[in-house]
Design a protein around this ligand. Structure first.
Ligand SMILES: Nc1ncnc2c1ncn2[C@@H]1O[C@H](COP(=O)(O)OP(=O)(O)O)[C@@H](O)[C@H]1O
Ligand SMILES: [Mg+2]
Length: 428
């Protein structure tokens, strides 16, 4: 589907349900799928409470997700088992229903059957077939369930083992190439440190999150240096000079100065605190940054500065970004592709230009109508479109799913809407 472009993150049928007591569940994220290509900015937008933060937190494994999978660099880092449990239960239920049906049919046939033995034999065979079919589905889903539980729990260990094995191989070759005993000693020492760090490597550390609230997310009792260096230290890096140097470099990269390292978070403005949050993420040299409404808590006047900083870092360091926002104005110029969420569901997903030029889902249209433009004429005529799902969709019979209207433009719709949207785009 994505013609050769490298996919960094693949989210497949992600569900995160929260238990609400009395057997009730809140479907904060419900069957959400998307992927993020290496180097792109993927914008995730939707009103407050629609499940954006939960999606981000699920990806970095802050939850044991309910069901679905998340693949990062082709390794599954999150996996939920619920869908397999349901499939097993349903297969068993269908099997029991089929047995009941066969029993009835058999009794019916026996009433008039000449060949009693033959009839009984026939139904025994049918029962065996049904049992075999059910057994196959159950076995397959049990296998998948076990694999999901394994990946959810051991993805870091599996990853570290692979990295360590590759490093050991590399070490053998490096040692063989050494020309003197000293060289060999130095080389062995270097690999000892590398192996120590690799053995503690968590694949999820390749993904870093920047949080919405820079005040709540920074420990007030830690200096800026310690906040920024924390990830490195957990990672097993001990060299104090090395850490200091890295902290100073990163401070400069995010527009602060090394003198800031010894201060505490409360000594900084909101914008500066968010820069500290960005530094803390970037120092880990992540492949993916999840920026969760990083400027929502900031004054409008400094929002642009922080957005520009993120954009510069992304270009300079080649970081891929999942950018979360509650309105489209912030991510408009920043995102390559945009996914629109509504009440736990992804309702539209398209390249940014396409989404702005040809929005299809009524919720997207309503979000777009909320963006003010610096044009008085337009502003005079601008009408807020209100989205009312009950009035817009009839999903009582014709059920919706995510479908591709034109290449790359997906929309959550049923058969009737699909035809309507296609006509709207002139893509018959
Ligand atoms: N830990 C939790 N326990 C129970 N409900 C939660 C939890 N986290 C979020 N929710 C609920 O899940 C829904 C989605 O929340 P969230 O992902 O924070 O939305 P957003 O980031 O889009 O504003 C909300 O209804 C919220 O109240
Ligand atoms: Mg949020």
């Amino acid at each position: 589907m994505e013609n050769n472009e490298e996919i960094l993150l693949r989210v497949e049928h992600l569900c995160q349900y929260f238990k609400m007591g009395a057997g009730r569940e809140l479907k904060a994220v419900d069957d959400v799928s998307f992927n993020i290509k290496k180097g792109e900015v993927f914008g995730l937008v939707g009103e407050s409470g629609c499940g954006k933060t939960t999606t981000g937190r699920s990806i970095i494994k802050l939850y044991d997700i309910t069901s679905g999978s998340v693949y990062f660099k082709d390794q599954r880092i999150c996996a939920g088992a619920r869908s397999y449990k349901i499939a097993i239960k349903e297969a068993q239920k269908a099997y029991r229903a089929e047995l009941g049906e066969l029993k009835k049919q058999c009794a019916e046939e026996l009433k008039s059957a000449g060949d009693r033995e033959g009839t009984l034999e026939k139904y025994r065979k049918l029962r065996e077939d049904a049992a075999a079919r059910c057994g196959k589905i159950v076995a397959e889903n049990r296998k998948q369930k076990a694999a999901a539980i394994h990946d959810q729990k051991y993805c870091d260990r599996d990853h570290a083992q692979r990295v360590v094995a590759a490093l050991k191989q590399e070490r053998e070759e490096a040692l063989a190439a050494c020309k003197s005993e000293e060289e060999r000693k130095a080389c062995a020492k270097e690999y000892k440190t590398k192996l120590h760090i690799a053995s503690r490597e968590r694949i999820v550390n390749r993904i870093q999150m920047i949080f919405q609230d820079p005040i709540a997310s920074l420990n007030p009792r830690m200096t800026v240096r310690d906040i920024i260096a924390e990830g490195l230290i957990i990672h097993g890096i001990k060299d104090k000079d090395y850490i200091d140097q890295k902290v100073y470099n990163i401070l400069e990269k995010v527009g602060l100065v090394r003198e800031h390292a010894g201060r505490y978070p409360h000594e900084f403005s909101g914008g500066q605190r968010q820069r500290i949050g960005i530094a803390r993420a970037v120092i880990m040299e992540p492949d993916l940054i999840i920026a969760d409404e990083p400027v929502s808590a900031l004054d409008v006047s400094i929002q642009a500065q922080v957005i520009n900083l993120l954009n510069d870092l992304r270009a300079e360091l080649g970081i891929t970004v999942l950018f979360i926002a509650h309105d489209l104005s912030v991510i408009k110029y920043f995102s390559d592709r945009i996914g629109v969420m509504y009440f736990g569901k992804m309702v539209e997903l398209a390249p940014a230009d396409e989404l702005f030029d040809h929005p299809l889902h009524p919720y997207t249209k309503s979000l777009l109508s909320a963006i003010p433009l610096p044009d008085p004429m337009y502003e005079k005529q601008r009408k807020r479109i209100v989205y009312n799902p009950l009035a817009e969709h009839d999903y009582s019979v014709d059920q919706p799913s995510m479908r591709e209207i034109v290449p790359g433009h997906f929309i959550y719709c049923n058969d009737a809407e699909f035809a309507k949207y296609k006509a709207e785009l002139g893509a018959e």
